[in-house]
Ligand binder design. Structure first.
Ligand SMILES: [Mg+2]
Length: 379
């Protein structure tokens, strides 16, 4: 199964999340047997597609698409002198997902079967609340709407507006109360029947992170996610040792080697790779297995496009040490509509096992009719 062409596909108009507009890049690999494989990365298609077409296509064209590990290593070597993170690794991630899609289609099986089979019948999910910051204004109503749809865990980031004001360098007693209030209100209403993960997007210094963690301890959030920037994992170890609450890290760590440092620093209790950034399905499977050696659960990051969502459903179906899979109701109920035929939404708090073969999804024909479509190709 020889690779004969590589295409990049994206839309000029992106979607807007809390951090600003993002766009998804899709990569489609064509083979001489007529099969195609689909992958995805984000948030910056223009830089990512340059890497796909100019740096990685020469590595891939004419090669056997079934040799996923060999191709991954050769792509990684090809970018070694220009940095092994950023757009280079995001491009590898998208291609790796497309190679797994091809492998599944060639075997006529869902990807999770090739990874070692299903470890569960459906996938427990929590909702990340990209609903116009309604967790700040109507946290109990938001939690109730999730609860009524069968979802029993949610993620919010009420300290972010405060970090914007103080640049994460100090926090007053009033601000501490204000940041804690949504969690306090949800817990007062739902108690243990709604878990709440707290996200911090790396905005805080160590001192403030310790103060916030101590203030939140009585409210028992599910985890504290990315309180600090990701570059000093010894600082994270110090944070982890100073609080009873578990830390969750991090979509911003790249490849098995950065996760090795995280694991060896005993810095986190929840391991959160993003497969569109950290090196694809191949790398995430290795990271999950490494976490298993430390008896740590995995809760993959899932805030990208619909192909990431499907690829993650395959990984999450397979890995024995899954804790819970992130998903975004706004994505599968709104933003993925028209991009894929079935958005694989949560049913009663669970994501169904994805169909096959391969990923079990293609871009909808409507995507290819859009006026803002950008397609580039190397063969
Ligand atoms: Mg996060």
């Amino acid at each position: 199964m020889k690779i004969i062409a590589i295409e990049t596909i994206h839309l000029a108009r992106g979607v807007t999340v809390h951090a600003g507009p993002i766009q998804w890049l899709w990569v489609r690999i064509h083979t001489d047997e007529g099969l195609t494989g689909l992958g995805e990365t984000y948030p910056d298609p223009v830089t990512e597609k340059a890497v796909v077409l100019q740096r990685l296509a020469p590595v891939l064209l004419g090669r056997d698409a079934s040799q996923i590990d060999r191709l991954w290593a050769d792509m990684f070597e090809a970018i070694a002198y220009s940095g092994w993170a950023g757009a280079e690794l995001r491009a590898i991630s998208a291609i790796d997902i497309a190679l797994w899609d091809l492998a599944g289609k060639a075997a006529n099986k869902p990807i999770y079967q090739l990874l070692g089979g299903a470890s569960r019948q459906s996938i427990r999910t929590y909702n990340t609340c990209y609903d116009n910051y309604s967790f700040l204004t109507h946290p109990v109503e938001l939690a109730r709407s999730l609860y009524e749809s069968g979802i029993r865990a949610m993620k919010i980031w009420p300290f972010d507006p405060i970090a914007k004001v103080t640049r994460g360098q100090y926090i007053t007693a009033d601000q501490m109360r204000q940041g804690s209030e949504p969690l306090r209100l949800i817990k007062a209403e739902f108690g243990d029947s709604m878990e709440v993960a707290m996200e911090f997007h790396g905005y805080w210094n160590l001192t403030c992170a310790q103060q916030i963690a101590r203030a939140l301890e009585p409210l028992q959030p599910l985890w504290l996610e990315e309180m600090l920037p990701q570059d000093n994992l010894a600082a994270y170890r110090e944070l982890g040792q100073s609080t009873r609450l578990p830390l969750c890290l991090s979509e911003r760590l790249m490849t098995r080697w950065q996760f090795r440092e995280l694991l060896e620093n005993r810095a986190a209790r929840f391991i959160m790779p993003d497969i569109c950034w950290t090196g694809g399905i191949s790398e995430a499977k290795k990271i999950a297995t490494a976490a298993e050696m430390y008896y740590l659960p995995v809760c993959p990051h899932n805030c990208g496009g619909p192909i990431l969502h499907y690829a993650l459903a395959h990984l999450a179906a397979n890995i024995p040490n899954l804790y819970i899979l992130e998903s975004v109701r706004k994505h599968y109920l709104e933003e993925y509509i028209g991009i894929v035929p079935d958005t694989l939404g949560a049913v009663n708090g669970e994501i169904p096992l994805p169909p096959g073969p391969g990923l079990g999804v293609e871009l909808s024909p409507g995507v290819f009719a859009r006026k803002d479509l950008c397609v580039d190709r190397m063969e």
